[in-house]
Write a protein that binds this ligand. Structure first.
Ligand SMILES: [Zn+2]
Length: 245
């Protein structure tokens, strides 16, 4: 009976999954942060498995195309072709701006307006199962210091990793190597990478950024603060944004 009351530290033996060393999955959106993180991780030699998650957001087709171009341009043999996994959220997200592409937060909106309920939760849920199926023991995602969301905090990632070990049997490390970085830091870290092939816009037209949404404002400001020429094509480019959290 003592066994019954004990707090389990992992899944029962029959269900445990042992990862193969040297493999890392990267949750990649095609945006600048996760693309630069992907390139940075890949340069350190691990076998990298980029994962793009389709939840039904209005800009996904352009993002996935951007991610594929970026990975091809890296020309690194240790990076697999991106896999696109689906976890459709339209049935619970309703007419949220991220699904409809209408009334997206504007250029001067607070960064917190970019919040999508359960975003990291769902990305990690699908990503963790992909890792379990492919014996991958680490998954990386790229929240920055400016990310104020509840599911971007270290305590959330710790709890999620614990849930994966208990419920899936996989000891999974969730890495957020850019957690202390600003957008300008990302621009600098991306030196030598094809940043013009990354896409961070809520209303893109192919690879052309709208230049009028919060994500564009963050991007514009990141290049300015880094002192790096911005190679991004914008449909309209405004003056330096004033961003609040
Ligand atoms: Zn935009």
């Amino acid at each position: 009976m003592a066994r019954k009351n004990r707090v389990a530290s992992s899944a029962p033996d029959d269900y445990r999954i042992t990862p193969e060393p040297g493999r890392i999955a990267v949750l990649a959106s095609g945006g600048m942060d996760s693309s630069v993180m992907l390139g940075w991780i890949a340069r350190r030699g691990a076998a990298v498995f980029p994962i793009y998650i389709r939840a039904g957001l209005s800009w996904e087709r352009d993002e996935l195309a951007a991610l594929r171009r970026f990975v091809r341009a890296l020309k690194l043999p240790n990076v697999a072709s991106p896999v696109a996994l689906k976890i459709p959220m339209g049935d619970v997200a309703g007419d949220h701006w991220s699904m409809t592409g209408k009334n997206v937060p504007g250029y001067h909106a607070a960064l917190s307006s970019n919040y999508i309920l359960g975003r990291n939760f769902t990305l990690l849920a699908k990503g963790a199962i992909f890792c379990a199926r492919n014996r991958i023991g680490e998954i990386a995602m790229a929240p920055l210091e400016s990310n104020p969301f509840p599911d971007a905090r270290p305590e959330f990632f710790r709890a999620f990793a614990r849930a994966v070990e208990l419920g899936v049997g996989l000891p999974l490390k969730i890495s957020t190597p850019f957690a202390g970085m600003s957008k300008a830091d990302v621009v600098r870290r991306g030196a030598g990478m094809p940043l013009e092939l990354t896409l961070s816009c809520a209303r893109p037209m192919g690879m052309v950024h709208c230049g009028a949404c919060t994500k564009c404002a963050e991007r514009v400001q990141g290049f300015i603060e880094a002192g790096v020429a911005d190679p991004t094509p914008y449909a309209r480019k405004r003056a330096r944004p004033r961003l609040a959290h």
